[in-house]
Design a protein around this ligand. Structure first.
Ligand SMILES: Nc1ncnc2c1ncn2[C@@H]1O[C@H](COP(=O)(O)OP(=O)(O)OP(=O)(O)O)[C@@H](O)[C@H]1O
Ligand SMILES: [Mg+2]
Length: 325
């Protein structure tokens, strides 16, 4: 009999998604001998036989040991959602450049040198490639005012500043410490859409009000329809397919009919039923369960399979027997 396939879930403190997700995968997977459970990891050896056919990663950005485990698991044949290599490399500024190359509108954006460095960096001898002082007038000449100063990686609205003057900008920048920041044209939007994207093809646009309190931001009473819906789906699909994210949210600020992609680096998107609301939560459960089961059954191949240079070297070398745990 074929070995049972196990889907593992790595989560942080979210508590509404994990239980129902494991339940639905267990229900749908039963006939094929596929089960789902919370992953339990505790010290990984380098050639351990893979216990999980698929791992859904919702927290390795905050637990570095999971990231290390996941990279090795990919090499040993586990499908990981999302690709741990690309997630680690990805940044908001890169994504803005990519969006421009793909023809998706983004606010004008500048990446800035850091305000501070670790103590070992000598400001005179170590930073000889940096222009100093920065030409703030020139930078603001590109983005205009108001502008948004925000981290190049990260989430949760941490260190996001809206600045209205040069003085505001300097005051905010002076608080950014070791973080790499981007400065972005502020889109004075008249509408706002957030898309939940699963499997690089399924896109659910939801009207979103970032000015509302956290739990009221997803606005289900006012669905996204017509050409706005169509364009949001197309642009979101273009971005997640290029990035290879199997779960992501893509956020658009809409102004004068143009959809500006504001934030699309959300590889562990909010799936809580109290924020995305029940119908959307059901949609996520269906799409996520179908996706992980397709990977577990071998009906789908992860987008990043073979993309790293080392794959071809590994395949050329006779594989040693995995070390038994
Ligand atoms: N260029 C911009 N123009 C207008 N509003 C912006 C812009 N950039 C960011 N914002 C506002 O700030 C919010 C937070 O920015 P962003 O989404 O980039 O940060 P985040 O920390 O990744 O947030 P999240 O945790 O919601 O993903 C956005 O939802 C949007 O309302
Ligand atoms: Mg984000």
């Amino acid at each position: 009999m074929a070995r049972k396939k196990i889907i593992g879930l790595l989560v942080g403190r979210e508590n509404t998604f994990p239980g129902p997700f494991l339940d639905i995968v267990n229900q749908k997977g039963r006939a094929d001998g596929i089960t789902a459970e919370l992953a339990v990891l505790g010290g990984t050896t380098e050639l351990a036989e893979q216990y999980h056919a698929v791992l859904v990663d919702r927290i390795s950005h905050e637990v570095p040991y999971y990231r290390a485990h996941l990279k090795s698991a990919v090499l040993l044949g586990t499908t990981v959602i999302n690709d741990p290599f690309w997630w680690e490399a990805d940044e908001k500024f890169f994504e803005c450049t990519l969006a421009r190359k793909l023809g998706v509108a983004v606010p004008k954006t500048v990446v800035l040198p850091n305000k501070q460095y670790i103590p070992e960096i000598d400001h005179v001898r170590s930073l000889s490639n940096l222009q100093f002082p920065l030409d703030w007038e020139h930078i603001l000449g590109y983005t205009g005012l108001p502008a948004v100063l925000k981290p190049n990686t990260g989430g949760g609205w941490k260190d996001v500043y809206i600045v209205h003057t040069l003085e505001d900008l300097i005051t905010a920048y002076d608080q950014t410490g070791l973080k790499t920041m981007i400065l972005q044209e502020f889109i004075d939007w008249d509408d706002y859409v957030r898309c939940i994207c699963i499997g690089r093809q399924d896109v659910l646009p939801i009207r979103y009000n970032p000015r509302a309190p956290f739990e009221q931001r997803y606005q289900i009473s006012n669905p996204v329809e017509g050409s706005l819906r169509e364009q949001a789906i197309n642009d979101a699909r273009t971005l997640v397919d290029a990035l290879g994210y199997d779960m992501d949210t893509v956020e658009f600020a809409v102004k004068d009919g143009v959809l500006y992609a504001i934030d699309f680096l959300n590889p562990a998107p909010d799936f809580d039923n109290f924020s995305i609301k029940e119908d959307n939560f059901r949609w996520v459960l269906e799409k996520m369960s179908d996706l992980v089961l397709a990977y577990a059954r071998g009906d789908a191949t992860p987008p990043w399979r073979d993309e790293q240079r080392w794959w071809k070297h590994v395949e050329r070398t006779a594989a040693p027997n995995p070390v038994q745990a």
